[in-house]
Write a protein that binds this ligand. Structure first.
Ligand code: URA
Length: 249
């Protein structure tokens, strides 16, 4: 099904394009003034009401993923609640899937739709899932933080700390056979310490007795496609662990 591109999705595409140009060494770009003015008109995020940030302990005995998602939707434990349009609790097979993918946090498109990995990086993740021989609905897809960090910056350590209890509760309820950590921030959240993703990718780790495979984040793979073969090698290790074969073409 084709997803409708929102204003924020378009902004994300422009951002990815600019990052790509920067990575290619481009230092100057000519942009029509009318384009800049049109982009500047749309508010980055409309804050419907004054939100008071107030940290309240997250229960550790949720009975269902729906209960976790409901709690997240009212969460004001960190500053990220102020500019969010939606919370993004995650989605997919919540009953013992082979794989749970964990990313960093929602981007513009995810914030607009309330669903994880539905922007450009999500399209690549969908291809990775398909190449592994799964449907998107057969796996669970979540994130370390459930609200979009402004301008897609990395979540701050205190934002991660406030949000991590939700991810821990989700993993407890979902009981995936294997977790795939997408990128350094996801791995930092899961392991509780900063890690170099280039160093640990492809090397099995463990989260609460569950096998955890670190690999590159799809956004990084979009910026540096030469790393896709490394990510694919990591995903093949996951398939071998699960006794599965990549999809036959
Ligand atoms: N990047 C992430 O880490 N998570 C998403 O949901 C989307 C993009």
């Amino acid at each position: 099904m084709a997803e409708e591109t929102t204003f924020y999705g378009l902004l994300e595409d422009i951002e990815k394009y600019l990052e790509h140009e920067r990575d290619e060494g481009v230092q100057r770009l000519e942009v029509d003034r009318a384009v800049l003015e049109a982009l500047a008109k749309e508010p980055e995020a409309e804050v419907a009401e004054e939100v008071v940030v107030e940290a309240a302990p997250v229960p550790d005995d949720f009975q269902s993923l729906e209960e976790v998602a409901r709690h997240i939707s009212g969460c004001t434990n960190c500053e990220l609640c102020k500019a969010r349009k939606s919370t993004v609790p995650g989605e997919g097979n919540g009953a013992g899937p082979d794989i749970m993918f964990v990313g960093e946090g929602p981007g513009a498109e995810e914030d607009a739709q309330g669903r994880p990995f539905v922007g450009k990086a999500g399209q690549l993740l969908d291809k990775m899932i398909d190449a592994m021989g799964y449907e998107r609905a057969e796996v669970f897809i979540g994130n370390v933080v459930k609200c979009r960090p402004p301008k897609n910056r990395k979540p701050l350590p205190e934002e991660m700390q406030m949000c991590l209890p939700y991810l821990r509760q989700q993993i407890r309820l979902i009981k995936p056979k294997v977790i795939v950590g997408l990128g350094g921030t996801a791995m930092e959240g899961l392991l509780g310490k900063p890690v170099g993703i280039t160093r640990i990718r492809g090397v099995w780790q463990e989260y609460e007795g569950i096998k955890l495979m670190p690999t590159f984040h799809p956004s990084y793979l979009l910026r540096d496609p030469s790393k896709k073969k490394d990510a694919w090698a990591d995903l093949k290790l996951v398939l071998a662990e699960l006794g599965r074969e990549p999809r036959k073409r």
